[in-house]
Design a protein around this ligand. Structure first.
Ligand code: UT7
Length: 349
């Protein structure tokens, strides 16, 4: 059975840099608070009108296609991971297919937030292993800056997130001991409301008091999105940060160890760990727990903030370009986030 390799990788970061100090224009925060609690110094925001989640994904995809040395006509399947799609529906996959003028190939959208890339990688791996596809374009992109609460009310979330895109081309190889060795996917829906955007949605207050929509007096046509919901800022993401943090520092090491043990490795064998860039403090905790050296972990959150689905491939792409990943290296990617969902992938580069 063939193994799945990353044959091409690329990323795209929008030009506009927003420092922590820039955020003081909108909210009561400080560079000191943000750096101390998260490690973030700056992030990038897409152009408000000229760039979308899809257009950034297109740029990243072009870079990955060039790096793989293939023609876009060779691509036989698209997977697009994001939590900030251009439209509620259809997904970004078809918009990317249109923008890149690809053949009428399949386009699958993945909605697993911070774990989106690793989940998508796992899906692609199955398609490659079964021989169904030979060149999968996997894109992860986020335009968070369009949907954050920039008032002091939303500061625990808005300071963390940034915009970016990254893409990989996945191909089969017959070489032994190369490519994706295993992937491990998990979820715990008990915590779905801890990090979520409740509205607009169709829940009609079905699940939990916390995740409510104010439509008592709204006309039937307003139930999906009422004026009251906007007045109450229900259209922004909601997060119990400390609760996410506590769970993340348990699940990250667990899912990394699961991948290592499945393949008879220990943390000492790892050449590089790429943790989802949620918070530098979480990554440092995981590094300590697994007794990894600094050169075994790659972080770039200080420059980009948390770019959700794009964070792992963006870090992977930068690490690769910086010469931190060489052929034969053992690389682990691990993510944790909204859902909760968490996942890992172990690969021999
Ligand atoms: O990728 C998705 C997964 N997400 C994560 O992994 C996030 C995990 N959680 C975290 O990274 C951290 O919980 C945060 C960085 C979000 C928050 O840090 P924290 O140390 O947990 O702070 P906190 O939420 O407990 O808030 C502490 C204080 C509060 O003030 P009081 O009540 O102590 O007076 C907040 O109002 O910090 C205040 N605060 C801020 N102050 C300045 C919250 N956000 C800010 C801010 N600037 N941006």
């Amino acid at each position: 059975m063939p193994q799945t390799i990353i044959a091409g990788i690329g990323h795209y970061v929008p030009a506009q840099t927003i420092t922590n100090t820039d955020l003081l224009k909108f909210m009561d925060t400080s560079d000191e608070w943000i750096q101390e609690r998260t490690g973030i110094k700056e992030r990038h925001y897409a152009h408000r009108t000229a760039e979308t989640t899809t257009t950034m994904g297109v740029e990243a995809a072009k870079n990955a296609i060039t790096h793989a040395g293939i023609k876009k006509e060779d691509i036989d399947f698209i997977i697009f991971a994001t939590l900030s799609p251009d439209y509620y529906f259809p997904g970004c996959g078809v918009l990317l297919q249109r923008a890149l003028e690809l053949d009428e190939i399949g386009a699958l959208d993945i909605r697993n937030q911070c774990s989106g890339f690793v989940y998508a990688l796992s899906v692609a791996d199955q398609f490659i292993k079964t021989g169904m596809y030979k060149n999968i374009l996997l894109v992860a992109s986020e335009k968070h800056s369009f949907g954050l609460d920039f008032s002091t009310r939303g500061r625990n979330i808005s300071v963390i997130f940034g915009d970016a895109a990254a893409a990989v081309i996945l191909q089969p190889t017959e070489k032994e001991n190369q490519g994706i060795l295993s992937t491990h996917l998990h979820s715990d829906g008990k915590s779905a409301e801890i990090l979520a955007m409740y509205n607009p949605g169709t829940h009609a207050n079905h699940w939990q008091e916390k995740a409510y929509a104010h439509f008592d007096d709204a006309a039937i046509g307003e139930m999906f999105m009422s004026h009251a919901m906007i007045d109450e800022a229900q259209n922004f993401p909601n997060m119990d940060g400390p609760a996410v943090f506590k769970k993340a520092v348990v699940k990250f090491p667990e899912v990394i160890m699961e991948a290592l043990q499945k393949n008879n490795f220990t943390p000492a064998d790892l050449n590089l760990l790429i943790p989802h860039q949620a918070n530098l403090r979480i990554a440092q905790f995981v590094q300590q727990k697994l007794k990894l050296r600094d050169d075994q972990v790659f972080n770039n959150i200080e420059k980009y903030g948390n770019t959700t689905a794009a964070s792992i491939p963006l870090a992977l792409s930068e690490a690769y370009q910086a010469g931190r990943i060489k052929e034969g290296d053992l690389v682990c990617m691990a993510a944790f986030g909204s859902g909760f969902t968490w996942a890992s992938a172990l690969m021999r580069w």
